[in-house]
Design a protein around this ligand. Structure first.
Ligand SMILES: [Zn+2]
Length: 583
């Protein structure tokens, strides 16, 4: 990250023209900031949130020396030839802004994605103009330096240690705590996630979405216990190959396993009746929680956990059905990921490894089916030669989040092995018994991991339909509390997750709503009560005034029903319903 830091008497700027496809909505007027430090900032390709934090730390400590409290972050693309993607740059700038605010600075930010005209008057002192460059290497060096400084004084050392731990802590853990989404408790055990009510809401919304998709794809939901006898795992071969990651225990003379995967249970359901070629494909789904004994050192937040809930599904198909089945799942997966995240995806096809079961012909056919399915979607994909599992080729879909990091989500895995081991069959047209192909699939992957991805991708501010708190109703004075109840009831009846807050000043409640990432603050004063309207404030402070209560309820319900990616912004539709102060 490169930044030109100027201590100014004043700066005036004005957005003139949109510059690229990513830009912020802003009024084209003149803005003026006085007695401030202006940070002209270029976000570069390799920048991370840590780099931005380090830049901010340097600037803040400089401002403290100068006794300046006001900071203007000014997106400025001309300092670097290696700029980050605009989505990422904007995300980092927004985070810097939020972070600077949480440091107690008075923060302004010029809009991103615009050509801006500016005039400024820089102070005359020697430190008024400085160029700052911070890279990933500096972040590492900085950490080492801190560790050394820490060694000098025991107390200082402890403080540094805490600071470093905080720095290493993945963002979603901090957000999870701030937003009361989940926790881990040592009495429960590491890697065993406790989802709080807010977390359970997010899970439930994701499950609802996938349940709809499953129904459309012809999956039928099943439920299987968390515990199977180890004899089943001996038959599948997991007892041999996966044993050190399974939780085993004895009851009487029998040994049981906490299931590390759902597949054998689904296979047993398939095997519970005779299947004819006409019954195939059989598609079973389950939001199945599985348990894997990861090493404690590998457990981090929601990313590596010991209890994992997959949006799991298994298809038992005839070989001639594979391409069609895979194609439908792929289309659904792309649609879901786009709807929920709107982020780029990267698709990989992993092919036959050296060590494998099954004939070359079987693999060639399977791989060409997967290729044909991929090609029908028109998406670009990469082939990872020899990286398939020993029991079949697979397709993985990774998502690139707002920070440019990749997360594995969907997976579609062909399996010739388990049907063999478990003796699965169907009766073909000619009366002979044949083996079905088993397809393992997940769209979101694990709900735990996906929740982590959501928190990080959206920096805690989730789309309205996923937001645990969609609206808070704030009466301006206690005189409006009766009307506020009416507004609350209208929202609750429409299925909106809303709360009524009456304690404290209006300003304090608005701040709290912002901190808790409520999608919207619904403000009702005397004027609103008189006209049966509400004033709606979004997370950027934009307000739609005097919107008819019914219009607002209908609008927010629409956002939720359509599962729009709106993260709590007033859009043109609502703005159009605002009477602009006329009552
Ligand atoms: Zn499976």
């Amino acid at each position: 990250m490169r930044a030109l830091q100027l201590h100014v008497d004043s700066i005036e700027y004005e957005p003139v023209q949109v510059e690229g496809r990513v830009f912020e909505e802003v009024d084209r007027r003149r803005y003026r900031v006085e007695e401030a430090v202006v940070l002209f900032t270029s976000v570069e390709r390799d920048d991370t949130p840590e780099v931005a934090a380090e830049m901010l730390r340097q600037v803040a400590s400089f401002m403290e020396r100068l006794g300046v409290k006001r900071l203007l972050i000014y997106p400025y693309a001309h300092l670097s030839p290696e700029l980050a993607r605009p989505e990422k740059a904007l995300e980092i700038l927004r985070r810097m802004e939020a972070e600077a605010r949480s440091m107690g600075l008075e923060v302004y930010r010029a809009p991103f994605g615009w050509n801006k005209r500016f005039t400024l008057s820089v102070k005359g002192h020697p430190l008024a103009e400085q160029l700052r460059v911070v890279t990933k290497d500096d972040v590492v060096a900085r950490k080492e330096e801190r560790a050394q400084v820490g060694a000098v004084q025991e107390r200082a050392q402890r403080a540094e240690h805490v600071a470093e731990r905080a720095e290493r802590e993945p963002l979603h853990i901090r957000l999870g705590r701030e937003l009361d989404v989940f926790s881990v408790n040592e009495n429960v055990g590491s890697g065993l996630i406790l989802f709080h009510p807010n977390g359970a809401i997010i899970r439930e919304e994701l499950i609802r979405l996938i349940r709809e998709v499953n129904r459309r794809l012809g999956f039928r939901e099943v439920w299987t216990p968390h515990l199977f006898r180890s004899t089943l795992w001996q038959r599948t071969g997991h007892y041999e190959t996966f044993r050190d990651r399974m939780f085993l225990f004895r009851i009487g003379d029998e040994e049981y396993v906490l299931k590390p995967m759902n597949c054998p249970g689904h296979a047993m359901i398939y095997a519970s009746s005779t299947r004819s070629y006409r019954d195939l494909p059989v598609k079973l789904s389950e939001f199945g929680t599985v348990y894997r004994n990861e090493q404690p050192g590998e457990l981090t937040g929601l990313l590596r956990v010991r209890s994992i809930t997959q949006d799991d599904g298994h298809v038992f198909a005839r070989p001639d059905q594979v391409e069609q089945v895979v194609r439908e799942i792929l289309f659904a997966a792309f649609e879901v990921l786009d709807r929920v995240l709107g982020a780029p995806v990267h698709v990989n096809l992993s092919t036959r490894p050296e060590r494998h079961i099954g004939t070359k012909e079987l693999w060639d056919l399977a791989e060409s089916d997967l290729k044909a399915a991929l090609e029908s979607t028109g998406i670009r994909y990469e082939i990872k030669h020899g990286e398939g599992a020993f029991y079949g080729p697979k397709i993985d879909v990774d998502v690139e989040d707002s920070m440019g990091r990749r997360w594995q989500c969907s997976t579609i895995q062909l399996d010739f092995f388990m049907p063999e081991r478990l003796g699965l069959e169907y009766v073909d047209q000619d009366g002979t018994r044949k083996r079905p192909v088993m397809i393992h699939r997940a769209i979101l992957g694990s709900l735990e991991r996906f929740t982590g991805l959501l928190l990080e991708h959206y920096n805690g501010r989730l789309p309205v339909w996923l937001s645990p708190l969609q609206a808070v109703v704030l009466p301006v004075r206690s005189a409006q509390s009766g009307y506020a109840e009416v507004v609350l009831r209208a929202l609750l009846e429409a299925g909106i997750r809303a709360e009524l807050w009456t304690e404290g000043t209006l300003e304090k409640r608005i701040r709290e709503a912002h901190r808790r990432r409520a999608s919207f603050a619904v403000i009702v004063g005397e004027a609103e009560e008189g006209s049966g309207t509400v004033s709606v404030r979004d997370h950027e402070g934009k307000v739609a005034r005097n919107v008819a209560l019914g219009d607002f309820v209908e609008w927010i319900r629409g956002l939720v029903e359509r599962r729009e990616r709106n993260v709590g912004s007033i859009d043109d539709v609502l703005a159009g319903r605002s009477s602009g102060g006329k009552t």
